[in-house]
Design a protein around this ligand. Sequence first.
Ligand code: PLP
Length: 430
Amino acid sequence: MIRSEDFFRVAQLPPYPLGEIADAVTAARVDGVDVVDLSQVNPSLPPPGFAIDKLVQASLQEHNHRYSSSRGISRLRSAFAKWYENRFDVSLDPDAEIVSTMGSKEGISHLLLSIISPGDTVVVPSPSYPIHMSAVSLAGGALVGIPLFASIEEARRSKHFLDDTSTFFERLELTVSRAWPRPRLMILNFPHNPTATSVDLSFFTRLVEFAKSHNMILVHDFAYADISFGSYRPPSLLSAPGARDVAVECYSLSKGMNLAGWRIGCCVGNKKVISALKKIKSYLDFGTFQPLQIAAAHLLGEHEKLAVEHIGFVSQEYRERRDIMVEGLKNLGWEVDEPLGSVFLWGRIPKEHRHLGSLSMGHYLLKEAQVAVCPGIGFDVDSNEFIRFALVEKERRLRLALDSIQKATVGGNSNEQAARSDSESAGRTA
Ligand SMILES: Cc1ncc(COP(=O)(O)O)c(C=O)c1O
């Protein structure tokens, strides 16, 4: 008899919290509810039109419908090299230091599979994007969590920003010295999902020194590289001195360019690590559909200036959304600050509702305000007082969400009662 519990790798995966919320949103929509969906990070802004034109052109060529190259066509890898040079001040060899990926998620998952051995320990800051943990489990590794902040108070004081003086390094030193076997690798992600924390180059410089002295590989998920506000520019980990001796970075066109469906990104950095990823990918795939690769190369290469303008437009949109939501949520009693990058707000639930916990609060907001959010508990146990808001709906819809949250949460004991009963039923499904 076929038993799903016997499918070891799948069975040991933790529940995927983003999937659970997505199911609840789908069910509500089937019931005709107009949900303002701030739970998922599926970008809704327009993609760059000139890249789509190129995609159409390339699709009309019959030879582009054959298998492509799993490492990425050379035109695309060269375009990534130029992009990294001009944008992040990092020069890369397109043959040895770049491999094209089907987005950051695929890149990280296969990277882990190619470079860790069963039983190896991997450090992952918490909270974290669920894939950073599941990629380790799928590869047979063991996770060592390390809190990004020592406490909620410290997180608040940081205002979503870390530099080389952060207490993070004390925790890191302690965590690594206590873990056995000694961690071989660490996964990072700045601007960070879900807390929207950013770092500066001094943070990365210290991290690279740490990795070198502890013989560790650094893997940086740079999915939000292109979304930043004001004068802040997220640094590439590879721009830290000596980084390519110990680090690789996964970059993606999904968020900054609004091309999430294209499944195009790259992994760049240390030659040995890149070579391992190339090798495993050559056994697993034939690369992204070639017209998409050609159009992406066109976007980053020949049309670099327009691509930079597009990123500017995207960041400006998210900045306006950030400002509306931060102001609105603060007025409703949420503890929330303006992040410097990413597409998220990480808000602490107002005092009156905090006892519900984030999962019940999430279900409550969906039911009573028709607003979908991501509960902090989906990212780690210490984040149960937090909700992640993804800024993926238009300004008008965000204002609608704020109005509905106000109606559902400010005053009214009947709301509390509804939340309690919801909390009981939600607890059973968690
Ligand atoms: C931190 C992080 N990494 C990776 C991804 C997935 O990116 P991609 O589309 O490049 O696979 C996401 C998507 O939400 C993300 O938040």
